[in-house]
Design a protein around this ligand. Structure first.
Ligand code: CTP
Ligand code: MG
Length: 229
């Protein structure tokens, strides 16, 4: 039986969020934001080990206590200049543990509201899948294309469009080769697509949001509060 593992890229600086503290270390419901993302993965029984990929110059990780997350968690300080590079470096750091047919989930540190239900759905729906896939939500809003003056140039059809989330889960061997051959992609699914395969879209919901801008942090807090109530 293939095992499940997780890689969490967390070497970004949160430029769009605009705070002095990188967004993954901002307080969210009493803990660093990334603590929630890691806790969801560490609490999932199917996942054997979680590698968190930090920037080589990370000055924050060491100032928090991660012991409640247990022995599954391994911090590696090998983040790169882009998310894709951080993921590739994390996979390299994990290489001695992973077998080609093991499942690897890549999950953004900046998605703290991942639920156990979503993780279970991802694993169950992909269990016999030859390619793997990603959590995603169908686009609900009407889409507008802007011109240079920020006026609407066109209304775009949204039929068949989905918003990609994480975790993105693929077999280690396939993912490693796809990322090595296609480094300029913005997510793992992009590399798999470029390799000629079709990742499966596993229906999630908007609560698995990525904290990008300050307003997202408040939303994430409300989601976590609602869940714990
Ligand atoms: N990430 C990473 N290495 C990088 C850039 C990003 O590991 N060189 C991680 C981030 O820490 C985050 C995830 O990839 O957990 C998703 O990236 P994003 O939300 O874009 O975070 P940042 O790159 O930090 O934010 P911004 O793009 O606004 O600078
Ligand atoms: Mg970024």
């Amino acid at each position: 039986m293939p095992s499940h593992y997780a890689i969490v890229p967390a070497a970004g600086s949160g430029t769009r969020f605009g705070s002095e503290v990188p967004k993954q270390y901002l307080d969210l419901a009493g803990r660093p934001l990334i603590h929630h993302s890691l806790a969801a993965l560490c609490a999932c029984e199917r996942i054997k080990r979680v590698w968190v990929v930090l920037s080589p110059g990370d000055e924050w990780w060491g100032s928090f206590d991660w012991t409640s997350l247990g022995a599954k968690l391994h911090a590696v300080f090998c983040g790169g200049a882009t998310r894709g590079e951080s993921v590739a470096n994390g996979l390299a750091a994990a290489a001695s543990v992973l077998a080609d047919d093991d499942w690897v989930m890549v999950h953004d540190a900046a998605r703290p509201c991942l639920s156990q239900d979503m993780l279970a759905t991802l694993c169950d729906e992909l269990a016999d899948d030859p390619v793997g896939g990603i959590l995603a939500v169908p686009v609900a809003d009407t889409l507008k294309r802007a011109d240079a003056q920020q006026r609407v140039a066109a209304t775009e059809p949204r039929d068949g469009l989905w918003q990609a989330q994480t975790p993105q889960m693929f077999r280690y061997g396939v993912l490693r080769k796809a990322l090595a051959a296609n480094s300029g992609v913005s997510d793992e699914a992009g590399a798999i697509e470029a390799a000629g395969l079709k990742p499966r879209l596993v229906g999630a919901d908007a609560s698995n949001l990525k904290v990008t801008f300050p307003a997202d942090l408040r939303l994430a807090e409300l989601i976590l509060e609602g869940r714990n109530r």
